[in-house]
Write a protein that binds this ligand. Structure first.
Ligand SMILES: Nc1ncnc2c1ncn2[C@@H]1O[C@H](COP(=O)(O)OP(=O)(O)OP(=O)(O)O)[C@@H](O)[C@H]1O
Ligand SMILES: CC(C)(CO)[C@@H](O)C(=O)[O-]
Ligand code: BAL
Length: 284
């Protein structure tokens, strides 16, 4: 099947009706990299047809964030989708997605105000609002999200459960560079020196992972030591948070916690906000 590119809701509706069998959607903001491509491959395993949405959603950016300079690489994104055998790209304009100022939006609730929500107030409300709109427009059977954005994935799962959205949410593992840095569209903002400092995020997670046998406090201490060292590098890592949380709620776990947890970290290097996380387990 040839790749169809829909820019309007009308074009999307026509292309969607022409698809047969089940459909998996990969929602993205474009500037596609190997992480996105792994999601597309997961989508291909999940359903008969694959749609990718490419939309830099203004509603999820704060006033001082990088909406204007967020990388937009549409021709390369189309080539990557064609290469991966994607059936449908939905790439609307802002006016197409928000023809009028939205009045009714999704509220992420308490989980949306924790962790990344402290650093980016309102971000998760805007993210869930556009994801729900995309689900209504594209009508997928399944949607694939990266575990790199673990709180986003947890919130989409929660929205789908709380609002009875008929879409199966599938998580896909984080793809990393050889040195451990999680792939991210924002990595292209990093200078060579920033790039070296940025590896502290995944190194901290790795140190935490190795300390897991000692329990939650040992994990936090081990990860913190790596981040403290990176704070005095040039350029420094400016830590936003290091948390060890329940994967379903993003509430901090106690010292005696048993069961799954997520060690999540975020910081700024040279003005670029980077996030990463690793799943951990604390056996009873
Ligand atoms: N390294 C990665 N491995 C797996 N999935 C990823 C990775 N990076 C992003 N994704 C997933 O791709 C989807 C689209 O994310 P997005 O377009 O924001 O890319 P991004 O690289 O996370 O960009 P940003 O720089 O905005 O964080 C999300 O579900 C996200 O979790
Ligand atoms: C899910 C998403 C495409 C919604 O804009 C975005 O938050 C992203 O790229 O992770
Ligand atoms: N990768 C999540 C989208 C965002 O940072 O806005």
């Amino acid at each position: 099947m040839t790749l169809v590119i829909a820019g309007t809701r009308g074009e999307l509706a026509a292309a969607r009706s022409a698809l047969t069998g089940t459909l998996a959607l990969v929602p993205t903001m474009g500037a596609l990299h190997e992480g996105h491509r792994s999601l597309i491959r997961r989508a291909r395993e999940t359903a008969d047809a694959v749609a990718v949405s490419i939309f830099v959603n203004p509603l999820q950016f704060g006033a001082n964030e990088d909406l204007d300079r967020y990388p937009r690489t549409f021709p390369d994104d189309v080539a990557a989708c064609a290469d991966e055998g994607v059936d449908l790209i939905f790439a609307p304009s802002v006016a197409e997605m928000y023809p009028t100022e939205p009045q009714v939006t999704v509220k992420a609730g308490p989980m949306g105000e924790r962790v990344e929500g402290v650093t980016r107030p309102g971000h998760f409300d805007g993210m869930l609002t556009v994801v729900l709109k995309l689900f209504h427009l594209v009508r997928p059977d399944a949607a694939i999200f990266g575990e790199k954005d673990a709180q986003q994935l947890a919130l989409v799962r929660r929205m789908v459960a709380d609002l009875n959205v008929p879409v199966e949410v599938v998580g896909a593992p984080t793809v990393r560079e050889k040195d451990g840095l999680a792939l991210s569209s924002r990595n292209r903002y990093l200078t060579d020196a920033d790039r070296v400092t940025a590896t502290a995020l995944s190194r901290a997670l790795h140190a935490g992972e190795k300390a897991a046998g000692g329990g939650p406090d040992a994990v936090r201490t081990a990860a913190r030591a790596v981040l403290d060292a990176a704070a005095s590098r040039n350029p420094p890592l400016l830590l936003d948070y290091l948390v060890l949380v329940d994967p379903a709620t993003f509430e901090e776990v106690a010292a005696g916690h048993e069961g799954p947890a997520v060690l999540a970290v975020a910081g700024r290097v040279g003005g670029t906000h980077l996030i990463d996380n690793v799943p951990l387990g604390f056996p009873a």
